[in-house]
Design a protein around this ligand. Structure first.
Ligand code: 6PG
Length: 476
């Protein structure tokens, strides 16, 4: 009997996706470039469900029902192209290749075109939820040919997480749209994590609390507006004691954050689209700053910080930090959703942003209570420009803003870096200003480069002859 679907690439994500499918009864053919890995997989998990282990790609392809559906789960970048190149000659017209890794969306568009020329169908599918999600139910963001999706929908929705009877999987859009949405998901993940790190920094260095004490605070926070997977696991990570030293584990972890690219891509894309994406972008820069460990060490003994102040009541401070975290989080999501809206318009993707919030409610790394609110917001206003403008979020930020401002002020006074808290607040203050200071930017650009400006009181563009008689001329 032939397998319904194949998975090639049996590192932990691929292995767990294959196991998830087989556990739900779908016969799965598995393959890995290094055959010992396939053998190991069959030995460890072969009895969990209907698996066929294949030693060669040809064997793998032959093990599949036609039209074939093959999930490729290899490292993003050239390895994906290598697998497609090896597979393509072995496949028949109409077969479907699914790239379920964290590929960059322009690569997905390119690969879809490449496969189409060869009569194959290609889908770029975002999968979030880490190892456990892949095994027990991830959030799935499929992009590509809708007809190909219709053929794999049964499997993908069966293995996805489920919230309120709704699977966390929906067709996102054509081409690279699925990987695009996954990219923004990861960007938001970066912002969420950065905000949590800043809150932890303040609780450590301003409130003077220990890691386990802060862990308890996060546990507490996870029962309110902030309830989410990342807040929950922050409590667990902070509570962990190092087996070797007996100190909190976080205290012995090197403070250099690594990254594999998705956050950086989100920030670059926002720059390309012209969308202000300060929270996520600051989060990427904060990781790059963290990597300058030697420079920071030198600077820490050279560059002076402020004189320590008296500090406020600790409980008030903790509550203020919670509110600042929540408000900054709202801003990060507002920015990320505004970016997806802009990309959708630019690429004619017709993204259903409410559906994106819906499939992120479970399974993925940024799953959180408040995604329900985002879903509701788009249900009511599908063409919403900015999430901050719906009453629920308008009110949430209004309620939190005094605390948010106190935290930013305190952190600044005490010399604790809070790039995401403070840039989110600046975005909020910039966004709510009817008239900002960019008039002066235009004046300066006109002065040194005759770049022209528009007037508040008449149409057209103008230039002032700064270097001549100072008179204004209309330029169009
Ligand atoms: C997920 C995660 C996953 C991965 C990130 C980590 O949704 O399950 O986002 O895709 O953990 O890519 O990214 P960095 O290594 O760049 O932090």
């Amino acid at each position: 009997e032939k397998s319904r679907i194949g998975v090639t690439g049996l590192a932990v994500m691929g292995a767990n996706l294959a196991r998830n499918m087989a556990r739900r009864g779908f016969p799965v053919a598995v393959h890995n470039r290094t055959t010992s890995k396939t053998q190991e997989f069959m030995k460890d998990f072969g009895d969990e469900g209907p698996f066929t282990g294949s030693e060669s790609l040809q064997e793998f392809v032959d093990a599949l029902e036609t039209p074939r559906t093959i999930v490729v789960m290899v490292k993003a970048g050239p390895p994906v192209d290598a697998v497609i190149d090896e597979l393509a000659p072995l496949l028949d017209k109409g077969d479907i290749i699914i790239d379920a890794g964290n590929s960059h969306f322009p690569d997905t568009d390119r690969r879809a075109a490449y496969c189409q020329e060869r009569g194959l169908r290609f889908m770029g599918v975002g999968v979030s939820g880490g190892e456990e999600g892949a095994l027990l139910g991830p959030s799935i963001m499929p992009g590509g040919d809708p007809e190909a999706y219709a053929e794999v929908e049964e499997i993908l929705t069966a293995i996805a997480a489920v919230v309120d009877d709704t699977p966390c999987c929906t067709h996102v859009g054509p081409g690279g749209a699925g990987h695009y949405v996954k990219m923004v998901h990861n960007g938001i993940e970066y912002a969420d994590i950065q905000l949590i790190a800043e809150a932890y920094d303040l609780l450590t260095h301003v409130a003077g609390l220990s890691a386990p004490e802060i862990g308890k605070i996060f546990e507490q926070w996870n029962t309110g507006d902030l309830e989410s997977f990342l807040i929950e696991i922050t409590g667990k990570v902070l509570a962990k004691t190092d087996e070797k030293t007996g100190a909190p584990l976080v205290d012995v972890i090197v403070d250099q954050a690594e990254q594999k690219g998705t956050g950086r891509w989100t920030a670059i894309d926002a720059l390309d689209l012209g969308v202000p994406l300060t929270g996520i972008t600051e989060a990427v820069f904060a990781r790059t700053l963290s990597s300058l460990r030697d420079e920071r060490r030198a600077a820490s003994t050279t560059l002076a910080g402020p004189t320590p102040g008296s500090g406020s009541n600790r409980d008030d401070l903790v509550e203020d930090i919670r509110q600042a975290l929540y408000a900054s989080k709202v801003v990060a999501y507002a920015q990320g959703f505004a970016q997806m809206r802009a990309a959708s318009q630019q690429n004619d993707w017709n993204l259903d942003l409410g559906a994106m919030a819906t499939i992120w409610r479970g399974g993925c790394i940024i799953r959180a209570q408040f995604l329900n609110r985002i879903r509701d917001a788009y249900a009511e206003h599908p063409d919403l420009d900015n999430l901050l403008m719906v009453p629920y979020f308008t009110q949430a930020v209004a309620d939190a803003q005094d605390a948010w401002r106190r935290v930013v002020a305190t952190a600044t006074a005490q010399g604790v870096a809070i790039p995401a808290f403070s840039s989110s607040l600046s975005y909020y203050d910039g966004y709510r200003r009817e008239r900002g200071p960019a008039n002066l930017i235009q004046g300066l650009r006109d002065f040194f480069g005759a770049h022209t400006y528009r007037r508040t009181d008449s149409d057209g563009t103008f230039h002032t002859r700064w270097a001549q008689d100072g008179s204004e001329v209309s330029t169009g």
